[in-house]
Each structure stands twice: as structure tokens, then as C-alpha cells.
Write a protein that binds this ligand. Structure first.
Ligand SMILES: [Zn+2]
Length: 395
């Protein structure tokens, strides 16, 4: 019987299985990292003792470099473990985890704004950086340039004390926190001044040329005006994001404006014999200008029914619209250069003294008020107070 040989083979197989099982088992459970423990609790995983030592050395260097007074504690333990690679911290992460969990006491400062405690920070110097950072935020947001006179209106104080490293907050995070909290209340007030440049339109001026080339009442635009542009520097004082004072500090013309030029006629149409009046009312002439029964009839009479509209014969200003014993309801319009038109015996007047009217604008209605024998419009034209024959000037 080859029993011995059989036994050997079985033993060999068992040995082979055992060895490969152990190899496999070892591969699964072999430690690949160090668990860093703080008071028996794992706070993170580091690849090697060298990495751990590096992180610890860096932490100690940081403490020694930034704090004048400290009380180093040997506070972490390590243990070999097996974890997925993804859980192992980088060197920078490891340093941060040690820092965040360190209860080593260091002389640090509480930052107070108007007596209110905001955060525990490394030092007063760090506090100044924080306040500068907050100021910088508001200044950049304002868009002002040539910044002068940055002032912190709130009272900044520091309380020095021994605090655990884990309580010390990073400057950039404190800056963000102050800005965020300042949106809701007045945590800190920062005042600063600077220049803001604005583009401002220059309105064109109007230049008038008085000319005998045109009859009075004529206004002709000779040149269209064009707006110009200037840069205006405003010296602005702000508190946080609000403008407190704004004043002009200077300006520069970029484009000059172009004046509007108008020609205004000065030629007297009566002296020049120019027909410039429009007929004031519908109706036929019932009485002309001139002597009538030995007396001067100073105007023309236009026969029309009561209520027929009466229009201004030319542009002008209502001199009066009032009662006269002879003329009844009388409208007088002044046209400049001593020229007036009169509209008598009206039933109703719709204009008031001082009002500007255009040629053809409704001013009254035909009537028979005052010394009148029936409804008609008595229309008169005067130059320097003397009546002239209206027919010469009616178109
Ligand atoms: Zn008359």
C-alpha cells in the first residue's frame, strides 16, 4: 500500500492551502496606515510615522513661530491600522487635523469690536490684518479710486489670554464672517473717501440773433444745438457701502456743446407794409376803416352771428381781456414793436391777460356787447397806440 505517499500528498495540499490562506489573510489585514488618536478617539489616518512626525514638527514650528507664549502638550497617540487608501490624509490635511484638535494653550487674542467679542485670533497683528481685509472689501466694492482717509469708526480692542489652539480662527474666515454679519447690523463701521468719475451731458446754450431780415414774430433756427460731454470727478465719502457725502472735485470737458442759434425777426411789418395778419373771423366786412359820419372808425367790422369763433391774427401776448364801455368785452393782443390788435364787442372771452397765444388760436366769440347795434367783430390794428387800416396787413 502506498499509504505513506498518500499521507505526504495530503499534508502537502493542506500546507499549500494554509500558506495561501495566510498570505491572503495577511494581504487583507496588513496595516497600511496610522490612526491618529486624541483622547482615545481617531481624528484621522496618516500614511507613515515619517508623515506623522513631519506633521507634528510643522505644527510645533507653527506654534513656536507665531506665539510668544505656549504650553506644548504631547497630546496625540498613534496606532497601526488597515484602512482604504482614500481615507489616508495628505500631509497638509494631516497638519490641519492636528491643528484643529490641538488643545495646546497659546497666548492669543480675542478680537472685540465695540466691546463685542468676534473671534479668537493669533495676535493683535493678525487682528489688524482682519480689519484691513474688511476695509479692502468695502473699498473695492465701492469702485472709488484715489482712496484717502480710511478710518475705522468702531472701537477695536484685544483681550490677550491663553487659549487652546483649536479655538483660534483663521484671518480670512474671520473677514468673511464680519462682512456677512455686517450686512444685517452695524457690527463695524469703516469710513473712506475716494474719487468717482461720471460722464455728464453738457446742455447746449441758445444764442439769439436779432435781425431785421425777418418780420417780428418770426423765429428761425439757424443752427441746431448739440449736447457736449464732460467728465466730473466726485469726491465721495462712504461708510461701509453707503454714500455719506458727495461733492464735485473737478471736471474735464470731453466734447464741447454746440450752441443752438436762432434768428428772431425785428422788422416791423406795419412800417414795411407787409401783410402779416390772418383774418380773425368768418364773415363779410360790414364797415371799413376811415371816417364815418365825421368820426374816425378805427377798425373794420366783420359781420357774423353771435358765437362765431374769433382767432388771434398773429402770435402775441394777451395784454388784456376785460370790459370796456365802448368796446364791450375787449381782447387786446400785443405783438411786439408797438403793434397791437383789438377784438371788440365779443360775447365771451376765453383768454387771460399775460397768456401767450399763437396765430389762429381761439380767443373769443362774436357778440354785441358795449356800443353795438348788432352781432359783429370790431377788429383794430394799432402801431404805438395809433390805429392803422387793418386791411393793409391782412393776408
Ligand atoms: Zn367797428
Amino acid at each position: 500500500m502506498n499509504l505513506l505517499k498518500y499521507k505526504k500528498e495530503v499534508t502537502a495540499i493542506i500546507t499549500a492551502v494554509t500558506v495561501s490562506y495566510c498570505t491572503l489573510n495577511y494581504r487583507v489585514t496588513r496595516p497600511n496606515a496610522l490612526a491618529v488618536l486624541k483622547d482615545g478617539k481617531t481624528i484621522g489616518y496618516i500614511r507613515s510615522t515619517a508623515d506623522y512626525q513631519n506633521a507634528k514638527d510643522n505644527l510645533i514650528n507653527y506654534i513656536k513661530g507665531n506665539f510668544s507664549s505656549y504650553d506644548l502638550a504631547d497630546e496625540f497617540n498613534i496606532k497601526r491600522v488597515k484602512v482604504p487608501d482614500s481615507m489616508i490624509l495628505t500631509e497638509a490635511e494631516a497638519e490641519n487635523v492636528l491643528l484643529q484638535n490641538s488643545e495646546t494653550e497659546v497666548e492669543s487674542a480675542a478680537l472685540l469690536i465695540d466691546g463685542k467679542e468676534i473671534a479668537t485670533i493669533e495676535s493683535e497683528e493678525e487682528g489688524n490684518k482682519i480689519i484691513q481685509g474688511v476695509s479692502k472689501y468695502y473699498i473695492e466694492k465701492s469702485g472709488l479710486k484715489d482712496i484717502k482717509e480710511t478710518k475705522v469708526l468702531s472701537q477695536i480692542t484685544y483681550n490677550k489670554a491663553m487659549n487652546p489652539l483649536s479655538e483660534i480662527r483663521e484671518a480670512n474666515l474671520v473677514i468673511k464672517d464680519i462682512i456677512k454679519r455686517n450686512d444685517n447690523n452695524n457690527l463695524i463701521k469703516i469710513s473712506f473717501s475716494g474719487i468717482k468719475t461720471e460722464n455728464v451731458k453738457i446742455s447746449p446754450a441758445t444764442r439769439t440773433i436779432w435781425t431785421n431780415e425777418y418780420v417780428i414774430g418770426t423765429v428761425i433756427t439757424k443752427q441746431n444745438g448739440k449736447a457736449g460731454l464732460k467728465e466730473v470727478d466726485k469726491l465721495i465719502t462712504m461708510e461701509n457701502g453707503a454714500i455719506k457725502i458727495s461733492k464735485t472735485a473737478g471736471s474735464r470737458v470731453i466734447n464741447e456743446s454746440i450752441d443752438k442759434v436762432v434768428a428772431v425777426g425785428t422788422k416791423n411789418p406795419i412800417l414795411a407794409g407787409i401783410a402779416f395778419l390772418s383774418t380773425p373771423s368768418r364773415g363779410g366786412i360790414t364797415s371799413y376803416y376811415g371816417y364815418r359820419w365825421g368820426r374816425l372808425h378805427k377798425g373794420i367790422d366783420i359781420g357774423a352771428r353771435t358765437g362765431t369763433p374769433i382767432y388771434a391774427a398773429a402770435d402775441g401776448t394777451i395784454e388784456s381781456a376785460s370790459w370796456d364801455r365802448g368796446y364791450g368785452n375787449l381782447v387786446k393782443i400785443s405783438h411786439g414793436s408797438g403793434i397791437e390788435t383789438l377784438y371788440g364787442h365779443t360775447s365771451k372771452m376765453v383768454v387771460k391777460a399775460g397768456q401767450k397765444v399763437k396765430k389762429g388760436q381761439l380767443i373769443a366769440y362774436v357778440g354785441s356787447t358795449g356800443h353795438s347795434t348788432g352781432p359783429h367783430l370790431h377788429f383794430e390794428v394799432r402801431l404805438n397806440g395809433n390805429s392803422v387800416n387793418p386791411l393793409k396787413y391782412l393776408r
